[in-house]
Ligand binder design. Structure first.
Ligand SMILES: O=C(O)CCC(=O)C(=O)O
Ligand SMILES: [Fe+2]
Length: 285
């Protein structure tokens, strides 16, 4: 693919590219069209040294579609579209620190997430991304056929596996700033059934659609599903499917939740503050 306006530099063999020669506060349609293409083909793209206002971040996000509002976390008072993610020194909870794809507990999960870094730790706090087209393609033909019609059961709370059964308000106990963002009454249900293999509505390619929200396979006994879910999770995070992004203040990451899992690394104890905007998606098919 050739680009006239932007420079696109892959940051690993299989996923992720840095986009240069762009000021997101001054974006023409041709540059946006190239960014959109680069995003679809690299699954996640990154920008460095951006100086944009909250409204400019929202405007850039709206080029991709309607804003998705988090079902139970409050945004900024002046900009409800923006969820400010903060971890303070001493906090024991890191938002998004297990492999997942955003809002998978929602019948219409967010299609994209844009994270803009304001304060970053001096070391650590990177984010990892994994290419789920490749995770699907690397399965054997026999396994692909078995999984064709399978659906997953996904939750945002009351986890059977991994994070545990703790109530929403208690899961965030070790990060008081994030806990305070839970909206009142904060107990809206978070459950959804999705195809395990989904077809991307824009690229038409198939990807594996699984993450930490996945509790079991729909209609299966837990005993039947557990080992398959374990295998698929481990498989979906294989290092050769991934890239790792080192944040700087002013960095932006924009990922496609329809074909990417990600994980925020909880390997630091300094302040980290980012502004997150999510873009509404379709029902996965
Ligand atoms: O903080 C990060 O690096 C990512 C957190 C996350 O999972 C998200 O914003 O969806
Ligand atoms: Fe996330």
């Amino acid at each position: 693919m050739t680009f006239r306006k932007i420079e696109v530099l892959p940051i690993s063999g299989n996923i992720g590219a840095l986009i240069n020669n762009v000021q997101l506060n001054d974006l023409d349609d041709e540059t946006f069209a190239e960014i959109h293409q680069a995003w679809l083909s690299n699954c996640v793209v990154f920008f460095r040294n951006q100086k944009i206002t909250p409204q400019q971040q929202i405007n850039f996000a709206k080029r991709f579609g309607e804003i998705h509002f988090h079902p139970y976390m409050k945004g900024l008072d002046k900009y409800p579209e923006i969820l400010e993610i903060i971890k303070e020194p001493g906090d024991g909870y890191t938002f998004g620190s297990v492999w997942h794809t955003d809002q998978m507990f929602n019948p219409k999960p967010a299609k994209a997430t844009m994270l803009y870094a304001h304060e970053v730790p001096s070391k650590g706090g990177d984010t990892m991304f994994s290419n789920q087209y490749l995770a699907y393609e690397a399965l054997s033909q026999a396994m692909k056929e078995i999984l064709t019609e399978v659906k997953t059961f996904n939750v945002g709370d009351g986890f059977r596996r991994g994070i545990g059964k703790a109530k929403r308000i208690d899961r965030y106990a070790k990060n008081p700033t994030m806990r305070a963002k839970i909206r009142n009454p904060g107990n809206i249900p978070t459950e959804a059934v999705h195809p395990l293999i989904r077809t991307h509505p824009e690229t038409r390619k198939k990807s594996l659609y699984i993450g930490s929200h996945t509790q079991t396979l729909h209609g299966f006994h837990n005993e039947e599903a557990d080992s398959l879910v374990d295998f698929l999770r481990t498989h979906s995070q294989r290092p050769e499917f991934t890239c790792r992004f080192r944040w700087e203040p002013g960095s932006i990451a924009l990922w496609d939740n329809r074909c990417v899992q990600h994980k925020a690394l909880a390997d630091y104890d300094e302040k980290r503050r980012t502004h997150r905007v999510t873009i509404a998606g379709d029902t996965p098919i």
